[in-house]
Ligand binder design. Structure first.
Ligand code: MRU
Length: 356
């Protein structure tokens, strides 16, 4: 998708270096960062220079290639794989991508392993882009249906950033929105700010602006009243891990939005590539929920009047704060899952029918 009219993907490999858009600097600075070692990749995931389930999967895949480029030793590659998997706990795409890389490379000769790793990492990224595009084509039908009934702007609420910046391209939740916009359907997006890291305000609104899509940032607690007033036609969010029973783990606050949607008969959709499905964990209680540094809550960052990035404390000195990064929305509150293969009920049966 575009930034200042120029097409980008979120990650690419060039001259033996992995390049990423540093998302900790957006929206105020656009900086392309270089990852030269597996440690750089681990760090980029940890401090969220790259974030969003599919993109951290893609970065981890390239992280394996960087490890091989650095030191083509089986023990080093194994240790690097473990470090990558542990860099963030909740999004299953990370483990999925590393496991896929290791499986692929396990049958490759040592002298060909780097080329094979680079090819597989690119394949993982290309596949994600294709899957996200298909999610858009499948989700477009839902937006079109609402538009055909309403014949007025379709108001869509989204949480966090499940946009192209969270994937390789297109995004998951935003892909149907981009497809609708490209087809000439008038859409307006309510963008949850998404405290504490403000991925909605800093990333979703930013990328929608760059694509010329009408959007309004709202405080995280505003969605409820908008739904009561009939100002939300549908919600679409992404997910970091969806269980085979349809329970959806996503950015903290998603659950409360789903409850409000349920209470107001607003359809609540979750968009995901199949790499985000965890076929092993059966109980949502077993999903590892990331708890991040409480300074993400107590401090905020922005630009001052001289366009300088500044970080300030907003909480009292003596206050304790807790920063859980994800929650789980039970399948019963999810209207449907939108995947690369089509749309299905958020249930064991629904997912089984699509992914036999
Ligand atoms: O903590 P983040 O910014 O990595 O969280 C991202 C989300 O919660 C997204 O909704 C999710 O990864 C889906 S991305 C297509």
């Amino acid at each position: 998708m575009k930034i200042e009219g120029k097409e980008y993907r979120t990650i690419w490999f060039e001259n033996n270096i992995v390049k990423i858009i540093d998302q900790t600097k957006l929206p105020h600075q656009f900086i392309i960062k270089e990852l030269r070692t597996v440690k750089d990749a681990v760090n980029a995931i940890k401090i969220m220079e790259v974030r969003g389930a599919p993109l951290i999967g893609g970065t981890a895949a390239y992280g394996i290639a960087l490890a091989i480029q650095e030191n083509n030793d089986p023990e080093f590659i194994k240790k690097s794989a473990e470090e990558l998997i542990q860099s963030r706990p909740t999004a299953i795409n990370l483990k999925w991508a590393v496991d896929r890389m290791i499986k692929k490379l396990s049958v490759i000769n040592s002298d060909q392993i780097l080329d094979a790793a680079l090819n597989e990492a690119k394949e993982i990224c290309d596949e994600d882009e294709k899957f996200c595009e298909n999610i858009g084509i499948n989700g477009l039908k839902i937006i079109e249906e609402i538009y055909n009934k309403k014949r007025e702007t379709v108001n869509i609420l989204t949480h966090c950033n499940a946009g192209w910046l969270a994937t390789i391209n297109w995004g998951t939740a935003t892909s149907p929105i981009y497809h609708a916009h490209n087809k000439g359907i008038p859409v307006h997006v309510w963008v949850d700010e998404t405290r504490p890291r403000n991925q909605g305000a800093n990333l979703t609104s930013y990328e929608l602006n760059e694509e010329g899509i009408n959007n309004t940032i709202i405080a995280d607690n505003t969605g409820g009243i908008l739904m009561q007033r009939g100002e939300v036609d549908m919600c679409i969010v992404g997910t970091d891990r969806t269980l085979s029973n349809g329970d959806v783990c996503n950015k903290i606050g998603t659950y409360l939005k789903a409850l409000a949607a349920h209470d107001n008969n607003v359809p609540f959709y979750v968009a995901l590539p199949s790499s985000t499905i965890d076929w092993n964990i059966k109980n949502a209680k077993d999903i590892p929920i990331e708890e991040r540094n409480s300074q993400e809550l107590s401090h905020v960052e922005g630009i001052d009047e001289n366009n300088k990035i500044k970080r300030i404390q907003i909480y009292p000195n003596k206050s304790r704060a807790m920063n859980l990064a994800f929650d789980v929305t039970p399948a019963k509150y999810v209207t449907a899952l939108i995947t690369e293969k089509g749309t299905c009920e958020a249930s064991t049966q629904g997912l089984k029918e699509l992914f036999k």
